[in-house]
Design a binder for this molecule. Sequence first.
Ligand SMILES: [Zn+2]
Length: 424
Amino acid sequence: MDPRSVVRRPHVPSSAARGRWPLFAALVLLCASGAVLPGQGVVVLRHANLADGARGAIATNAAVVIRDGLIAQVESEPFTPPAGATVIDVGGRYVVPGLIDAHTHISTLANARRALESGVTTVRSASTSNFQDVALRDLVKQGAVTGPEVVAAGVFITPELGETMLADARLGALKDGVVTESALRAVVRINLEHGVNVIKTRGTERAGLPNTDPRKQTYTEQQLAWIVDEATKGGVPVMAHAHGDEGAYAAVRAGVRSIEHGTYLSDSTLALMRQRGTFLVPTYITVVDLTRPGGDYDNPILTLRGAHMLPRLAETVQRAHRIGVKLVTGADTDYGPESLSRIAGEVASLAELGLTPLEALRAATTVAAELLGIGARTGAIQVGMEADLVVVERNPLQDPRALADVLVVLSNGRIGLNRLPFGR
Ligand SMILES: [Zn+2]
């Protein structure tokens, strides 16, 4: 789904303004060169219980030393921090790897901060209207803004571009539809020229609009294969929105890396996903949002639709888990002020649907990092990895709902949130 259509669009820089970014970036770096960026220097988390999907069990009373944004040491207490270090004594609370949201639509700085403060240190964009995700990725990397690391998807490859044409005037040539081989390849290439990390397309229609049927297939296997082929030439994977089974099956056969939503997947499609290593990002928490007042979706038709979808998606997640499909968390929100979908809620939902708390945590950390192709540098508390860390009050391996109680967030060693005095 995609909350953008019901959320006010933010102001974004025009393509002319984007041309000035290199100059702006140079100025930022110049201004920052005399000062120490927040991710630099040494930070030590003391008296921590480490709960990590790679480790499996809790490592008790540990100290984590963070140097220049990376985990430099994991030691046992008592531990003497190096002189000059910023010491955060977490007092026996739990440190988990930063959570990964593999399906977001963040397009403002305020929303990026809101995502980070919910414990999410990495997001995979599932498209924005105007390449805001690409700029956000680069701004976070520079240290110019506070937010999670972004894996950017650029603009959605969908039969009717509509407002998306504003993202790049070359899309005007495709105003009559993106269905032919040349049109599909052209939109992939325009995305690649903007520097995206992943291509987002669809196998079926949307769920988040009252007049669409999410079960209906939109692209054939051949059309999806052209998209995958063009993306592969550019070295990036493809993620496919698909609720209905036929559209999802076509996308899996075409070689996409992940199916997004997957509400009505059959056992045979799930078996093929298992066989091919295709990930499922069920975004269950956003379908919960559909069924409830408020949130990103507040519409009586969508409430009824959500009531149809929710039990079916629950059953699909259970079958996917049983068959051995790799499950990954996505909150499918733009993290706007009205948004209720959070990764902590998705982890708790997966646990309620039958994953063990450890499996549910992995869906938001190690397995998610594998999907994003960044498992070597984030998703676990290991020496050499990025210091993407979250402190929570209680043990998430006993109760995954503990992940909602975020006290401290570090992303690449930068302190994005510290409300420790609030704890206990
Ligand atoms: Zn979405």
